[in-house]
Ligand binder design. Sequence first.
Ligand SMILES: *[C@@H]1O[C@H](CO)[C@@H](O)[C@H](O)[C@H]1NC(C)=O
Ligand SMILES: *[C@@H]1O[C@H](CO)[C@@H](O)[C@H](O)[C@H]1NC(C)=O
Ligand SMILES: *[C@@H]1O[C@H](CO)[C@@H](O)[C@H](O)[C@H]1NC(C)=O
Ligand SMILES: *[C@@H]1O[C@H](CO)[C@@H](O)[C@H](O)[C@H]1NC(C)=O
Ligand SMILES: *[C@@H]1O[C@H](CO)[C@@H](O)[C@H](O)[C@H]1NC(C)=O
Ligand SMILES: *[C@@H]1O[C@H](CO)[C@@H](O)[C@H](O)[C@H]1NC(C)=O
Ligand SMILES: *[C@@H]1O[C@H](CO)[C@@H](O)[C@H](O)[C@H]1NC(C)=O
Ligand SMILES: *[C@@H]1O[C@H](CO)[C@@H](O)[C@H](O)[C@H]1NC(C)=O
Length: 395
Amino acid sequence: MKDRLSLMAALSESMLTVNLLLSVFSLPGTFADCGSIKPVVRITTPKKIEALSGSCLEILCIYDTKDTRYNSNRTIYGVWIKGGHKILPIDGDVFNSSGLNNSYSLNIIGNLKEKNCTTLFPDLNTSYTDKYRFRIENWPFRATACDDPLDIEVKDSPWSPSINISVGDLKEHQSVTISCSALTPCPHSPPELTWNLQQDSEGRTEKNTDGTLTTKIQETITLSDTHDGYKIICFARYPAKGGSKTEETKFTLSVAYAPKDTSASISPSGLVSAGSWVELSCSSRAKPPASFTWFWNSKHGAFNVSVGQVYSFNDTEGGEYYCEATNDLGTQRSSVIFLSVKDVPVIGLHIILKILGTVMLCSTLVIFECCFRFSNKSKKKQKTQPISTVMETKP
Ligand SMILES: *[C@@H]1O[C@H](CO)[C@@H](O)[C@H](O)[C@H]1NC(C)=O
Ligand SMILES: *[C@@H]1O[C@H](CO)[C@@H](O)[C@H](O)[C@H]1NC(C)=O
Ligand SMILES: *[C@@H]1O[C@H](CO)[C@@H](O)[C@H](O)[C@H]1NC(C)=O
Ligand SMILES: *[C@@H]1O[C@H](CO)[C@@H](O)[C@H](O)[C@H]1NC(C)=O
Ligand SMILES: *[C@@H]1O[C@H](CO)[C@@H](O)[C@H](O)[C@H]1NC(C)=O
Ligand SMILES: *[C@@H]1O[C@H](CO)[C@@H](O)[C@H](O)[C@H]1NC(C)=O
Ligand SMILES: *[C@@H]1O[C@H](CO)[C@@H](O)[C@H](O)[C@H]1NC(C)=O
Ligand SMILES: *[C@@H]1O[C@H](CO)[C@@H](O)[C@H](O)[C@H]1NC(C)=O
């Protein structure tokens, strides 16, 4: 039975070799895959992983095999093969969890008996950039996860963090969660994140769906018009051998808001003479920009008299005018402009005072006239001098 099993194992490997030879010929220089043979070992890791030189790299890894020859009661060696184009004989650099032939420093920290092949590279440099294959040796069962090559790229400079906002279109009064996250190949010395928003907590390292890790800080804020145009800057400082390395990302908030500070102005200012040219102008702060409507207040209510920022007309009547600024998010009304026209009294207190003045003037004149006539009559009776003479001698 045992002999048969090992024969099967040998057979499966030789079949692989045949297939791999074919694929090697067709794709010279690329990494060998399993060809048409279904690989008996599969691993789950990120397909491609980036790392920083002078720092570490932890690769979360699990392997699986349905092969009946696999027995976790026997010794299991995990092997990473760096580079190479052939599965048998192995032509890449070998790291063996037995501790032998470890030309590159790495460490399988997962428990192989639990099918955990999690691996730590404690200190990388750019010469680690390569494709790696995982191989399980559980004598007599041996198989390489040829369909799951792991692509490692070691870079000298780190990655810019990324700023994310929970919603796409930002509007005032909206509560949004803003986060800054940075790739974290080495969870043992994660990047330190700082930004120019309030910072309540330390960064937390999380696992992404693709198996890579990111460190993240976040803040929930309620947006207002003052956030529009605000530039968020987030820094990621990666600890590394020979000095930490920092990258930054900027993101400018664009927040839509209803019209604010709506005001109306008039030109020329002050009293205008009837029939002269008047220009009313409306202004407002709004995003997106507001459109304007002009209203004239009459005793029958407000009339929509014009649309557009500027309303110019020949003023004959005077009156009260105001404008409204409107965009998708709301409407705001300006204060009222009182337009009074010379000689044509129209407005409130002004009119009353004018009328009152006129009435008083008239009545004074009438009274004076009456008094004058009365005194004239009595003076005629007394035969005194004409009033004009009296007035001349007075000063
Ligand atoms: C491994 O060993 C345990 C206890 O010795 C035994 O119960 C189990 O069946 C063995 N597993 C295999 C796959 O041989
Ligand atoms: C890994 O080490 C074990 C134990 O020394 C050895 O039997 C096996 O052949 C090695 N594998 C490779 C690919 O070097
Ligand atoms: C170590 O690698 C060398 C060359 O790759 C090989 O000749 C030797 O057999 C390997 N030793 C073990 C224990 O795998
Ligand atoms: C594998 O081992 C690593 C290191 O011990 C651990 O962090 C991880 O959670 C393990 N994965 C699983 C699926 O158990
Ligand atoms: C990269 O690391 C390897 C193994 O640790 C070492 O042999 C090599 O000299 C290093 N290369 C550089 C450029 O530091
Ligand atoms: C950030 O946003 C991008 C696209 O907007 C999305 O693909 C990504 O998953 C987000 N990342 C996080 C950490 O939320
Ligand atoms: C406005 O009134 C002035 C003078 O009363 C006149 O000359 C001008 O043509 C008028 N303009 C319009 C557009 O009615
Ligand atoms: C004002 O009148 C214009 C033209 O008649 C019209 O297009 C606009 O919708 C009106 N605006 C309002 C706020 O009533």
